[in-house]
Design a protein around this ligand. Structure first.
Ligand code: COA
Length: 532
């Protein structure tokens, strides 16, 4: 066992202050996790227990390989949605190993509104599709869903459609989907097994139809029973929608595991055999990373707490110092890190652009660590071509074909977010710390800019400003912008794949790297025009 030495002053007032405020945010995070893990009302859960059925997370536990790591993705989707079904929606998404194969599991929470797909769930389904496609991951749907959330059907409709199209496209590319049906899957829900490469139905309980008996009676006057229209036995012996008939939930999950063993080669994790743990304690991250985003900190102190042996080879240490670039390993996986250490200057942007080209030549994935308010502004920087250098970096990020992973640890604003591979630049995975703020610009700047615009507009049309009204509007705007920039709002909208406890950084990044390394990594030397 290695001795972990402290490298920062854990008794300094700065460390203690940071730790106290991060722990407060972790308390808030844990309270939201708790909401997300609550799989529906007490009466729905009691009904499930009476029927001797398993909850979504219990099924996932039975499926996952024991003693292998796994992570839940997007657990707080919909946290702030007014019309939704609560934090996490009605599906649990997990990245983990089944029969030694790294898979994505998408388990409907049937005890929350019958697993009907609310807007947040539709966003999760879309993101899951993207992750599966980009990382070529097998998907397992554990199905029991009443289809689209009918009162909010307009917001769900197109996302639901895209989910099916993506399933089909993955199937075409040889990235399989397995659906295991445990209960009712109506209308849209019926197309989940219908569009899958493999489907497994649980005897007596799986019911899959486009329309149930009452709707059929209304439409065609035909009398029918649930079993005749969509029972597991019928689909296994007459319609052919089911490929395997399981006697109960456990057998359905066992069939899934056996099937995966036969159709997929185990995920090779040779890199992990070479892994060594960091020398420094991950718990110290809580005192290193400030929640007060105006306070600077050295990003190296964070990196040392999740990379192998706390070691890295720093690139251009004395040039463009607000961008830290290094080669290192995380859990044995080689990775290049590009991390902010302040505002992005011309030299910092050039350095990161150079580094992205190198990573592409060596076929090494990149980890972007965001903590920036954006590019440097002002006459001197504009005249020296800040826009050109920023555009070069954005071209490099957009053109790069090695996998990108993003980790937000503080500010992630404006073009800085784009240049650091924010959500719109499609990183393979994106995680956030609970202190993160993200958006076009900070709330104070945004409300200040709006004030200047309003004053200029009034003066050019000779109107007199109502100072009181303007002050109130400015305050309201700043408060609203602050709320929307908060990580609780952005994670609710699925701008990230999860808000994480900073002490778990290595675990999340290791699994993300296992996913990106499970298929071929190929860089490029072709980028958009680097304006000089
Ligand atoms: N949209 C919104 N809410 C739905 C829903 C849907 N599609 N399907 C079910 N719910 C809600 C119910 O209103 C109920 O809410 P409540 O707890 O606030 O009362 C809750 O989910 C549980 O529904 P319930 O009918 O009691 O569950 P069940 O297990 O007895 O039956 C179904 C499940 C799926 C068979 C049944 O709910 C159903 O037929 N739903 C409609 C299916 C459909 O036609 N979908 C078409 C949309 S593509």
């Amino acid at each position: 066992m290695k001795v972990r030495k402290p490298s920062v002053d854990v008794l300094s007032s700065n460390f203690i202050e940071n730790e106290i405020s991060m722990k407060k945010l972790l308390k808030e995070l844990n309270s939201y996790y708790k909401l997300s893990k609550q799989e529906g009302s007490a009466s729905q859960i009691k009904r499930t227990r009476t029927r001797k059925k398993l909850l979504a997370r219990e099924k996932i536990d039975l499926l996952l390989d024991k003693k292998k790591p796994y992570i839940e993705l997007m657990p707080l989707a919909g946290l702030k949605h007014e019309k939704g079904f609560g934090a996490g929606g009605t599906t649990v998404v997990v990245l983990g190993y089944v029969s030694n194969v790294l898979c994505l599991i998408n388990a409907n929470v049937a005890t929350r509104k019958a697993g009907a797909v609310d807007y947040a769930t539709s966003l999760k389904n879309l993101r899951l599709s993207q992750i599966a496609k980009e990382n070529k991951l097998l998907t397992i749907n554990l199905v029991e869903s009443g289809g689209a959330n009918l009162p909010d059907q307009d917001r769900v409709f197109n996302n639901y459609g895209k989910f099916f199209m993506e399933m089909s496209r993955r199937s075409k590319e040889g990235i399989p989907t397995i659906s295991v049906v445990f209960g009712s899957a109506t209308a849209g829900g019926a197309y989940v097994p219908g569009m899958s490469d493999y489907s497994i139905f649980q005897k007596n309980t799986a019911k899959v139809f486009l329309a149930g008996p009452p709707l059929v009676k209304m439409a065609t006057n035909e009398e029918s029973t649930d079993e005749e229209l969509g029972g597991a036995q019928m689909h296994s012996s007459i319609s052919g929608v089911s490929d395997f008939l399981a006697k109960d939930e456990k057998e359905a999950l066992e069939i899934t595991k056996k099937l995966i063993k036969k159709i997929k080669k185990p995920t090779v994790n040779n890199f992990e055999k070479e892994a060594s743990v960091p020398k420094y304690d991950a718990k110290e991250i809580l005192g290193i990373v400030p929640s007060n985003l105006k306070k600077p900190f050295d990003i190296r102190d964070l990196v040392k707490r999740f990379v192998d042996d706390s070691e890295f080879v720093e690139f251009k240490e004395n040039y463009g110092r607000t961008m830290f670039c290094c080669w290192t390993k995380i859990n044995g996986y080689p990775v290049g890190i590009i991390a902010n250490n302040g505002v992005i200057f011309i030299e910092s942007a050039r350095k990161a652009t150079h580094f992205i080209q190198l990573a592409n030549k060596s076929n090494i994935p990149l980890l972007f660590i965001h903590n920036t308010t954006g590019f440097m502004v002002g006459k001197r920087y504009e005249q020296n071509g800040m826009i050109n250098s920023g555009a070069q970096l954005i071209h490099a990020v957009s053109g790069s074909t090695v996998p990108h992973i993003s980790l937000q640890v503080g500010n992630s604003y404006g073009a800085g977010n784009y240049a650091m591979c924010g959500r719109s630049f499609e990183p393979r995975f994106l995680f956030s710390y609970p202190n993160v703020k993200s958006g076009v610009m900070g709330a104070d700047q945004l409300s200040g800019v709006m004030e200047i615009i309003k004053r200029n507009a009034a003066s050019s049309s000779n109107k007199v400003i109502n100072e009181n009204k303007l002050k109130k509007e400015k305050k309201a705007l700043a408060e609203d912008a602050e709320k929307r920039a908060s990580v609780w709002h952005t994670t609710s909208e699925v701008w990230d794949d999860g808000v994480i406890n900073p002490t778990d950084t290595r675990k999340y990044l290791s699994l993300a790297l296992a996913a990106v390394y499970s298929s071929e990594i190929k860089g490029t030397d072709s980028f958009g025009i680097f304006r000089m």
